[in-house]
Write a protein that binds this ligand. Structure first.
Ligand code: GDP
Length: 197
């Protein structure tokens, strides 16, 4: 797998301060606690590349990582779902986020992490609709798959697929466990296609 030699590039407090819209980037998104930092760290094989901010309501940064010596980037979007964030800030943030998903030319794909025990919450679906509107490819990780028995995890996968179909959302989906390092090759394969390796 080629998502190696990942290096921290920069943090941006808003999308207006992103790096130039060149090359190719893949963004990671999910509710706080969905397992995003763990997934990024397992994927890049670096223990502490992504650090999750656990302070409710605190403004989180958009973190950019460069991959090797290329113009490819991995983007760690702030986790969402904390009710403590002031409403106005949330609105402003959502407008920017939608704009980013729909208009960012270098954005080749979105990896959405959702906990296998309660997948696709309201804002996850919001993200999926925006991505679909912008014709942005999405790959969903059902995270913490180790929390369920094999049969139950397969069932969750089927049920979530059904739900996506019902919502008219076109995306790929897989089981993932950062703890057991399961699903890494599948994820790296999808990202490799987006990065045009
Ligand atoms: P983030 O807020 O989305 O970045 O989530 P974290 O990666 O910090 O994970 C949130 C919590 O879920 C932590 O307590 C992790 O140890 C736990 N976690 C993350 N991935 C897994 C996994 O694959 N399996 C299990 N059992 N727990 C996980």
């Amino acid at each position: 797998q080629k998502i190696q030699q990942t290096e921290f590039m920069m943090s941006a407090p808003t999308f207006r301060l992103c790096p130039p819209d060149m090359g190719l980037e893949v963004a990671f998104a999910g509710r706080s606690n969905a397992g995003k930092s763990s997934a990024i760290n397992a994927l890049t094989n670096q223990r502490q590349l992504a650090r999750s901010s656990k302070t409710p309501g605190r403004t989180q940064m958009i973190n950019f990582f460069s991959i090797g010596d290329t113009d490819r980037r991995l983007v760690d979007l702030p986790g969402y779902g904390y009710a403590a964030v002031p409403l106005e800030m949330k609105k402003e943030w959502q407008v920017e986020l939608e704009e980013y998903l729909v208009s960012r030319s270098s954005l080749a794909g979105l990896v959405l992490m959702t906990d296998i025990r309660h997948p696709l919450k309201f804002f996850d679906e919001q993200m999926l609709h925006w991505a679909n509107d912008g014709e942005l490819p999405v790959h969903i990780l059902l995270t913490k798959a180790d929390k369920l028995k094999y049969g139950a995890s397969k069932n969750a996968l089927l049920e979530t697929r059904k739900r996506l179909k019902k919502l008219g959302l076109n995306c790929t989906i897989q089981l993932f466990s950062a703890l057991r390092k399961e699903g890494l090759d599948e994820l790296a394969g999808i990202m490799g296609n987006w990065y045009e390796y």
